[in-house]
Design a protein around this ligand. Structure first.
Ligand SMILES: [Mg+2]
Length: 323
């Protein structure tokens, strides 16, 4: 029987991304990684890191030091009870300064070479496996290998999806939420999971955008009546408003998810306090409105305070997000 695996990106998925790490002491596990990997291990998954390491080709770190960095990563996780099964990395880059490593490679994500090699060497059923990473390259490699994919660290995912980019199967604010998604998928095994993003239609690479490769002309449409043409400008405004509301909603959703899978912080606590005060002010203003001898001034004052405290709550939320 084949194994199943979780393929994990390294930088900004398991450890802090400091640009190019070139010393074992720089390896710092991200919050919640150890517990998340323990849970994945308990679910029967092999834990395999797949990482682009073009720093080798660029002369920033040698393969020897990279080996020490990875030994440190394995040691840190083993000490926490979440040992990795294997680490694959790609040292190559076409713009590398070291000739030995200056080349294209099927192992370099978004190509799926590392995942395919692991599948062959470790008898892994890729259709039962997942790729978790914080970049579109991770998603594309996972999709091309036939895995399910989760894009993490995606708090700012309200930005519009870029043309040609592959859609992950799921999005998560961090690895803790990613694990919850996988657990949910297990619970509903055999049933289509409820997804927070649509499944990708294809797993092909985005086509190059050249002038010759414009989208195919659409079949001729019946002529639009003049009345509908007049409406078009207002419908554009409507669409923009809809997009704006969608992006606000997405941002609020990601804030809530960050709260669920984040750690305690003073700024977030203060944001919560001020948010509670806002609700209190709104309740008072409603009470003033329903009061038989209501005074408009009292309602306005209560609403004014609600607005002021809402600004303070948002300020603390933003400060928390920028930490
Ligand atoms: Mg990364």
């Amino acid at each position: 029987m084949s194994n199943k695996a979780i393929f994990l990106d390294r930088d900004d998925t398991l450890i802090e991304d400091l640009g190019y790490i070139n010393h074992p002491d720089q390896v710092k596990l991200l919050d919640g990684v150890d517990k998340s990997l323990i849970e994945l291990k308990a679910m029967g998954y092999k834990l395999i890191v797949v990482s682009n390491q073009s720093g080798v080709a660029r002369g920033i770190v040698s393969e020897e030091v990279l080996g020490e960095i990875h030994d440190r990563l394995k040691q840190l996780l083993a000490e926490k009870g979440a040992p990795l099964d294997r680490i694959y990395y790609c040292p190559y880059h076409p713009d590398g300064v070291i000739e030995k490593y200056r080349k294209e490679s099927d192992w370099r994500k978004p190509k799926p070479g590392m995942l395919l090699a692991a599948a062959k060497e470790m008898d892994i059923d890729l259709t039962q496996s997942w790729m978790i990473g914080n970049s579109v390259r991770d998603v594309e490699a996972g999709l091309q290998a036939g895995c399910k994919t989760i894009l993490t660290n995606d708090v700012s995912h309200s930005e519009q999806h870029k043309l040609g980019e592959p859609n992950p199967d799921y999005r998560a604010v961090n690895i803790k939420e990613a694990v919850n998604i996988i657990k949910k998928h297990h619970r509903s095994a055999g049933v289509s999971p409820v997804q927070n993003q649509p499944l990708p239609q294809t797993i092909t690479k985005p086509p190059p955008q050249t002038a010759e490769e414009q989208p195919q002309p659409q079949p001729a449409k019946p002529k639009t009546p003049p009345v509908e043409q007049k409406i078009s400008s207002s419908s554009i405004v409507g669409n923009r408003t809809e997009q704006l509301l969608d992006s606000i909603l997405e941002q609020l959703k990601s804030m809530r998810r960050s709260d669920m899978f984040g750690e305690f912080s003073t700024t977030r606590f203060l944001a919560g306090v001020w948010q509670t005060v806002v609700w209190f002010c709104l309740l008072i203003s409603m009470w003033f409105l329903m009061y038989p001898t209501k005074q408009d001034n009292s309602v306005l004052i209560a609403l004014g305070f609600a607005l002021l405290f809402q600004v303070m709550a948002l300020t603390f939320y933003i400060m928390h997000g920028r930490k």
